[in-house]
Ligand binder design. Structure first.
Ligand SMILES: Cc1cc2nc3c(=O)[nH]c(=O)nc-3n(C[C@H](O)[C@H](O)[C@H](O)COP(=O)(O)OP(=O)(O)OC[C@H]3O[C@@H](n4cnc5c(N)ncnc54)[C@H](O)[C@@H]3O)c2cc1C
Length: 350
């Protein structure tokens, strides 16, 4: 799958909202129906809960895979989905979803991306995984490019003074990465106790010992900016004393958690924060919008990856009929030359 960005409205037959296991398998099933799609996820990576909440823990109930970790399942799904050549738009939330006059759906993301989609597949799980925001006075004064939440890349701190705020694995990893690039790196957290792997903690200690990372124990109380440019971070120590630390870049890693957010505002029928669907088609009450995975409710629904896979299959068959105007034929990946062409495999005996 490719990661793309841009500002032109994108015309597509299918938009998948959410790149968790259900959304990824939706891409595969749509691909088998000859339907190309775009995928949007709030996270900077695919995999949803499997990657974000239990990447290194084992899963034992995926058919045909006796055991794999969350990360391994995501890697296998990515491999399986690769021939479908979906366009991936990460680190952005679908914030708006509205019906257009011609019956298509207009989706807008928090990065300003617009998509015009003939069909939409909501695979939003337990909600969009979004970083916990820093809520202190002064945040609103900053121009873009100085306050970064869980950034995937830290090149922007090169040659500058960077403060990393947080105490978990991602904060420690970010501080270590900053130490290689920034002129000065501070790791600011409320306690001198960091939760990270032994390897990262050992490296942090080395960098503390050498002075490449300076640890500050306290809480951020305010940001100071001149003409939109971060000048200093104000913080309070354990005795309630306020201090200022000059910096140009602030990296905030306070954790990422799921929020249902905009899905509940799109006017779709819901019950107890789940989208109501017809389990024969996964159709919601809006034409051309299907929903699958943990976000849906129907009689007998179980929040399991296996169920999300089945629902993706049901939705793809229903959407193929909706988009192509006729019931799709059931074909086997084992024997169908058409599916082999889609998958990019060759079997002369097929
Ligand atoms: C600790 C733990 C262990 C588990 N173990 C198992 C197990 O052993 N077996 C099993 O079958 N299941 C297990 N599960 C459950 C399983 O992980 C879920 O059923 C599965 O992840 C649901 O997949 P999904 O794709 O529907 O949603 P998710 O995995 O939640 O993915 C949804 C994605 O949608 C994105 N998103 C949501 N809203 C938006 C939006 N508006 N814009 C952009 N992106 C959005 C989110 O950022 C997220 O990445 C476990 C769950 C947990 C928490």
């Amino acid at each position: 799958m490719q990661d793309t960005s841009g500002t032109q409205p994108i015309q597509t037959d299918a938009l998948v909202i959410g790149a968790g296991p259900a959304g990824l398998f939706q891409v595969f099933q749509l691909g088998l129906q000859g339907i190309r799609c775009h995928v949007v996820d709030a996270l900077p990576h695919v995999g949803g809960q499997c990657a974000q909440l239990y990447g290194d823990k084992p899963i034992y109930d995926i058919p045909g895979i006796p055991v794999c970790t969350g990360h391994e399942l995501v890697q296998l799904l990515q491999r399986q989905v690769a021939p479908m050549d979906a366009q991936l738009h990460l680190s952005q939330q679908v914030s708006q979803l509205q019906r257009m006059d011609d019956g298509r759906w207009l989706a807008q993301t928090t990065h300003g991306l617009e998509l015009h989609a003939r069909s939409v597949f909501i695979a939003a799980g337990v909600g969009a995984f979004v970083p916990k925001a820093l809520k202190v006075p002064g945040v609103e004064l900053l121009a873009a490019g100085q306050l970064h939440y869980h950034p995937a890349d830290l090149e922007m701190v090169r040659g500058q003074t960077a403060i990393v705020h947080g105490g978990d694995e991602e904060a420690v990893a970010a501080a270590i990465a900053c130490a290689d690039r920034a002129q000065a790196t501070y790791l600011l957290y409320r306690r001198d106790a960091f939760q990270a792997s032994a390897v990262l903690l050992e490296r942090l200690q080395e960098l503390r010992d050498s002075g490449a990372i300076r640890v500050v124990i306290g809480q951020i109380t305010q940001l100071h900016a001149d003409a939109g440019q971060l000048r200093a971070v104000q913080w309070m120590d354990g005795e309630g004393q306020e201090h200022e630390l000059a910096a140009q870049q602030l990296v905030v890693c306070l954790g990422i958690s799921p929020r249902l957010g905009p899905v509940a505002e799109w006017g779709l029928a819901m019950e107890r924060k789940q989208l109501l669907v017809n389990p024969a088609t996964q159709a919601t009450d809006a034409p051309g919008i299907y929903a699958i995975g943990d976000i849906v409710s129907y009689p007998g629904k179980h929040k399991l990856i296996l169920c999300g896979f089945h629902e993706a299959t049901m939705a793809a068959f229903a959407a193929a009929e909706y988009l192509q105007g006729e019931k799709p034929l059931l074909q086997y990946t084992t024997t169908s030359a058409r599916l082999h062409a889609i998958l990019g495999v060759s079997h002369p005996q097929a």
